[in-house]
Design a protein around this ligand. Structure first.
Ligand code: NAD
Ligand code: IPM
Ligand code: MN
Length: 346
């Protein structure tokens, strides 16, 4: 079987972390003897420059036909037209493929707690997954508009949308330490009242899983005072966006956090949770680990290539443990040197 992979390098540091990652994919395919086809497409700001739109039809067709999509990052100060932003392409991609479940793992690699901005005793062995609802909520609610003196966003959720993400999160918790924390703003928001009642209803199907509810403000505090309490966190789109950037620095840097997004069936999307980092673009400073871990998730989850995925994860762990890291983690290595090291080691 030939795996059909589409790569969307995007903008800013996106192409810098994608290029090396595709070389790593090639090397792993040679070692582990799997076949894939690769097509690379414009997406985001670069697609606005070349096609006038962030998600051109040719890119859409390629994504629809793929088994898996690898995405770098989109956006940057160059593209400011509020009606035609690179980020719109990303939202359209997620919505059009119905990628409602976004999995964002956070793990402190053994022996590397000193890389965290938090006290080592707080973060030692922290290991949890944020399950972010990705195609609903305030990101997609209608109406949404901005006028001169008035703006409106709509935060809507249906019972079906909450139910399907709840099942994903409960199943994941069941396969791990069996603790699910649902995060909402039930004391204020109508959508959160529905969210909490649906989570409680779905919990009846998973009697082994302990469910805790946290309000999002308190959760943001718990994340940095006691992250070890968490196993699986499930939350709505906007809260998941914010909490996952916060959580990403528990192991040391935003440049460490990968993600996988999936629908009921169809192509899956793998992307770092960070953005295009315009402030370090073109300087060979980007941490490539979030992108590489996204590739690792792709190999395991889309293609069942567990050995290749495991070797890549193991190598990344090793580099972090040895301090062979980019500047954001206190290291002195450049992006290209990290890729060279990994390619040499496989
Ligand atoms: P960002 O995530 O790009 O950067 C935040 C900070 O983290 C910056 O200081 C950056 O240098 C640093 N950083 C991020 N990734 C890093 C990495 N791999 N290695 C080292 N340092 C890293 O967020 P931002 O600056 O708020 O947004 C920049 C642009 O990216 C915006 O246009 C935003 O909309 C977009 N964005 C895109 C995605 C995506 O494509 N999935 C995600 C988030 C933000
Ligand atoms: C992310 C990003 C996106 C989001 C932006 C770029 C639309 O921040 O993937 O976390 O808000 O979902
Ligand atoms: Mn984000």
């Amino acid at each position: 079987m030939t795996y059909r992979i589409v790569a969307l390098p995007g903008d800013g540091i996106g192409p810098e972390i994608m290029e090396g990652t595709l070389s790593v994919l090639k090397r792993l395919s040679e070692k582990y003897q799997f076949e894939y086809s690769l097509s690379v497409h414009d997406f985001g700001g670069v697609a606005i420059d070349n096609y006038g739109t962030p998600f051109p039809e040719s890119t859409q067709l390629a994504c629809n036909d793929a088994d898996a999509i690898l995405l770098g990052a989109v956006g940057g100060p160059k593209w400011t037209d509020p009606d035609n932003r690179p980020e719109h392409g990303l939202l359209k991609l997620r919505k059009s493929l119905q990628l409602f479940a976004n999995i964002r793992p956070i793990k402190v690699v053994k022996g590397t707690s000193h890389l965290s901005p938090l006290k080592e005793s707080i973060v030692d062995d922290a290991d949890f997954i944020i399950v972010r609802e990705l195609t609903g909520g305030i990101y997609f609610g209608e109406p949404s508009y901005v006028e001169k003196t008035h703006a409106l966003d709509s935060l809507t959720y249906t019972k079906d949308e909450i139910t399907r993400i709840a099942h994903v999160a409960f199943k994941l918790a069941q396969s791990r330490r069996k603790i699910l924390t649902s995060v909402d703003k039930e004391n204020v928001l109508a959508s959160s009242k529905l969210w909490r009642s649906v989570i409680n209803e779905v919990s009846q199907d998973y009697p082994e899983v302990t469910v805790n509810h946290l309000l999002v403000d308190a959760c943001s505090m718990h994340l940095i005072t006691n992250p070890k309490q968490f196993d699986v966190i499930v939350t709505e789109n906007l809260f998941g966006d914010i909490l996952s950037d916060e959580a990403s620095v528990i192991p040391g840097s935003l440049g460490l956090s990968p993600s996988a997004s999936f629908s009921e069936n169809g192509p899956r999307l793998y992307e770092p949770i960070h953005g295009s980092a315009p402030d370090i673009q073109g300087k060979d400073l980007a941490n490539p680990f979030a992108m590489l871990r996204s590739l690792s998730m792709c190999l395991k989850e889309s293609f069942d290539e567990s050995k290749a995925s495991h070797e890549l994860d193991h190598l990344i762990d090793h580099l972090i443990q040895e301090g062979i890291t980019t500047k954001d983690l206190g290291g002195t290595y450049h992006t290209s040197q990290i890729f060279e090291y990994i390619l040499k080691s496989i």
